[in-house]
Ligand binder design. Structure first.
Ligand code: NCD
Length: 296
């Protein structure tokens, strides 16, 4: 049984196929009820999100419904986990209802991999702690590829923000690196992981050489203690402003939720080079393709 826990679970060939299928879905540009190909009709998927989510949960559910699958959302606050049942027992019980896939988000790194031992259907990781968020990296890759329309080898991306605590950064470092992008990590020292990649705390110094800026939210929920002066101090150095990007030929990504005027300035969010909402649209298409890949 195959699972999608991290981006390395997929070969580059498989990813190319998933992205191409995602583009087919994007071109069809259909709404929920209009999708002509209900390829997942008769399939049932369970979503179980132990952490808050706006985009990822709805994106998976819309993707599945567009393909004709039935989606059952387990309301974690009302589930037996809240009554002390272990997550593996919850998984084994869900599995006994014979879903075709379980999509999980959890605050602990490794939660999806752990669950995979108790079920007989694919586990799709919707984000586990600071470890991995594979479908986010896939949708980011799609957004970058669709913009440049050429090979990404040698293109440069600056990933900016709380990289150490970010599953989005982790997954993107593997995936974008695999597609040949050069990655520069831009963060204050306390937000940097130990890494072989180029790092700097000076965002302005890399603006002249990069093609993509990927901003990340400060993951305050994962900090034991506050390790920075204030978000205002942080923003002073790391917020992407209009004044910084001027008329440079770059694109700006962010997985959301955006801390406005801390991660990205309001003006930049309105700029056509800012792809934040395109990422959300691409997310549904990528998740449709991912679910077809694992369920068909
Ligand atoms: C990210 C997440 O939850 O990992 N958001 C998302 O999935 N779109 C990033 C974040 O919470 O900062």
């Amino acid at each position: 049984m195959r699972h999608l826990i991290q981006t390395t679970d997929l070969s580059t060939d498989e990813i190319d196929k998933i992205l191409s299928q995602a583009n087919t879905h994007l071109q069809a540009n259909t709404h929920l009820e209009e999708e002509p190909h209900h390829t997942l009709k008769g399939k049932m998927a369970v979503t179980i999100f132990f952490e808050n989510s706006t985009r990822t949960l709805s994106s998976f559910e819309i993707a599945l419904k567009r393909l004709g699958a039935t989606v059952v959302r387990l309301d974690v606050s009302k589930s037996s986990t809240a009554k002390g049942e272990s997550i593996s027992d919850t998984a084994a019980n869900l599995n006994a209802m014979k879903p075709h896939a379980i999509i999980i988000r959890h605050k602990n790194a490794g939660a999806g991999e752990h669950l995979a031992k108790y079920v007989s259907c694919p586990i799709i990781n919707g984000g586990d702690g600071a470890h991995a968020h594979p479908t986010q990296a896939l949708l980011d890759l799609l957004t970058i590829k669709n913009h440049f329309k050429t090979s990404l080898v040698g293109k440069k991306i600056a990933i900016i923000g709380d990289i150490k605590n970010s599953r989005v950064a982790n997954s993107n470092i593997e995936l974008l690196g695999r597609y040949g992008m050069e990655i520069i990590l831009v963060a204050p020292p306390h937000f940097l992981p130990s890494t072989h990649l180029q790092t700097t705390a000076d965002l302005k110094s890399v603006l002249g050489e990069v093609d993509v800026l990927m901003s990340l939210r400060t993951q305050t929920e994962r900090h034991d203690t506050q390790t920075y002066g204030s978000l205002k101090d942080y923003a002073h150095h790391f917020c992407i402003t209009k004044d910084m990007i001027k008329d440079k030929n770059i694109i700006i990504l962010h997985p959301g939720p955006v801390h406005r005027n801390v991660d990205i300035e309001d003006e930049v969010l309105k700029d056509p080079r800012c792809k934040v909402l395109e990422q959300v649209t691409n997310g549904v298409a990528v998740r449709m393709a991912v679910m077809e890949h694992f369920l068909l």
